[in-house]
Design a protein around this ligand. Sequence first.
Ligand code: CUA
Length: 331
Amino acid sequence: MIPSGTVRPGSGLAVAAPALAGCGGLQSALAPAGRGAEQIAQIFWWSAAFAALIWLGVVGLGIWALLGRVDLHPGSGNRLVIGAGAVFPTVVLTVYLVVGLRALPELLAPAPEGSLQIRVVGEQFWWRVFYQGEDGAWVETANELHLPVDEPVQLLLESADVIHSLWVPSLGGKIDMIPGRTNRLTLHPTRTGVFRGACAEFCGASHAHMALDVVVRERAGFDQWLADQAAPALPPADERAERGRALFFRTGCGACHAIRGTPADGAIGPDLTHVGSRRSIAAGRLPAGPAGLARWLSETDHLKPGVRMPAFGMLGPDEVEALATYLDGLR
Ligand code: CUA
């Protein structure tokens, strides 16, 4: 046992680990998995290297001055101030401007005609997502973006209430979602994997709980996924799920949520037709599965302050479990 007050060996590392983990993995602009992100990362590394050089130069000059070796000719002080204080920063900032402007057209270029289009609508505090199915009809889902690898995808971004901002750092740049406007962003994933997106504009009490799971896979897998999403909901698999389904309708869930293939056609909350197939629930707030669903049903306001869905405290634990079982079965 380690006595209190003793610093555990390696505890500094333990503290630094989460911070360092932020520099890699599923949500990092410096571990690019998309064309836009690659470009942004490149600009970052060049800037960082150049900034390090300037820092070394400034520190070197400082040390030189501290050592008292400065013996400038009359007038050379002025030249130093004008050169290093005005001309040099102007040149550096101009180079930055040119590099940044040159990157913009590619970052903002629309996807070519015929590319996959996905509509994403920001809501407090989740994402409504529409895919165009094979028959041209839009398929609604929520809080998850599935993309085929090595293809440009056109995102059409809207907002239903306040300004949100969609950012998947591993894949590309971020762009605001503004009420009354459709903004466009092209994502072009270059490798498969699961990434994390987030809302990058303060949009209310639960702005921090507005995440987005992004799944990039091969085209065939993507097509299969989309076909599954377009299909109507599965019927309850067992008696408990059956009871959950009855509760879903008795408690009025269908007034806000849609489950295609059932009478539930609410348009306020997320479409739940295939909620059981998602990686997380409540926009990344909880892991998927019956336990997470049950917790969400009983603690919505606590888990996501400001959320429009009320907690269903009037349901007994047994009922919550049945409801969660039904929803989890909607694969
Ligand atoms: Cu939506 Cu912040």
